[in-house]
Design a protein around this ligand. Structure first.
Ligand code: AHM
Ligand code: MG
Length: 335
């Protein structure tokens, strides 16, 4: 059977777009190369001295793991030289990352989480890189923060790389969701999951249930619903939680189900939960909707939220349409 590489797939889709200039393909190709480099490093993580903490604390107040820092550096290094970006934002950097004038500028904005699920690095459990791409609205002046704070519905592309039992790339440009698996023997991502559709209703719920005592009543009701033998599917959903958003989301995308990271009262500084709107919730919401699923913060569609700051956190409920709708219904009844 003829194998379709991700580059071929991009070129075919680019031809179908009136705005195609080749610059977007260049952007994604550079990102793919960065991910291949990260994947190589993740795969040999136990062999070389890249595990463990660097001793630094990132902008979120979390310990920075060495591989996180490495992945962040690789992406910034490659992408700032691509000549197609006007700015970047990373989960690991407090401020916007400017593109030095000497490398040339373009109109695209790249937002990313270089290595998501980093608590799993040391124990050989799947982790990933998440990306979200926008186009700036005003190219007549240097880029400012408000150019980057666009709502998720404005994304031109989003996706993730998952470093699991194999390395995969899943992406959307608003034209369905497509998955590619890295064939290490040829070093190419090959189309393995064309036009992914998430089942309308799942059998899996994914949440860190140890925070039960920090949730409000509607959130407890939501989780009780999925555990109940009297729910719509007449049996308890299976609980599956890896603690890597990319891996939990990817499994639910293929099998059907719901991922939840609600608000909780553990830390008064993070009343909206843990996940970040720009680099985690928005890209996953775009992919979920393109696959026929849904993503909300409890009441609102994630993609309609107007961001106020770069590292804004948001409650996230994402996955199969009927399951996410159920959450919306429960929250609605309780307000
Ligand atoms: P990270 O970007 O620092 O790795 O944090 C995000 C991760 C997600 O991948 C995952 O869904 C969540 O944190 C798990 O958090 P918790 O340990 O509170 O369940
Ligand atoms: Mg993350």
């Amino acid at each position: 059977m003829r194998q379709i590489t991700v580059t071929e797939h991009l070129l075919v889709h680019q031809k179908a777009s009136a705005m195609a200039t080749g610059r977007f393909t260049r952007l994604l190709n550079e990102l793919i190369l960065a991910a291949k480099i990260i994947s190589r490093e993740v795969n040999k993580a136990g062999l070389v001295d890249v595990l463990g903490f660097t001793g630094e604390v990132n902008v979120q107040g979390e310990q920075v793991k060495k591989l996180d820092e490495y992945a962040n550096r690789v992406i910034i290094h490659r992408m700032e030289r691509a000549g197609v970006l006007c700015a970047m934002a990373s989960e690991e950097n407090a401020d916007l990352i400017e593109i030095p004038a000497k490398f040339g500028q373009g109109d695209y904005i790249l937002i990313f989480d270089p290595l998501d699920g980093s608590s799993n690095i040391d124990v050989n459990v799947s982790i990933g890189t998440i990306f979200s791409i926008y186009r700036r609205k005003d190219g007549t002046r240097p880029v400012v923060l408000s150019d980057v704070l666009q709502k998720g519905a404005e994304q031109v592309a989003a996706g993730y790389f998952i470093y699991g039992s194999s390395t995969m790339m899943v992406y959307t440009t608003g034209n369905g969701v497509h998955g590619f698996t890295l064939d290490p023997s040829v070093g190419e991502f090959l189309l393995s999951h064309p036009d992914i559709k998430i089942p309308e209703q799942g059998k899996i719920y994914s949440i860190n249930e140890s925070y039960w005592h920090y949730w409000d009543e509607p959130t407890k009701q939501v989780v009780s619903y999925f555990k109940s033998p009297e729910n719509e599917i007449k049996r308890p959903y299976s609980l599956r939680y890896i603690g890597s958003l990319v891996a939990d989301f990817h499994r639910n995308l293929l099998y059907g189900g719901i991922f939840m990271y609600p608000a909780d009262s553990r830390d008064p500084k993070k009343p909206s939960g843990k996940l970040r709107l720009l680099c985690e919730a928005n890209p996953m919401a775009f992919i979920a909707e393109q696959a026929g699923g849904m993503a909300i913060d409890g009441q609102r569609r994630i993609l309609d939220i107007e961001p106020q700051e770069l590292h804004q956190r948001v409650p996230l409920f994402v996955g199969s349409k009927k399951d996410v709708q159920k959450v919306a219904d429960i929250y609605k009844c309780s307000t």
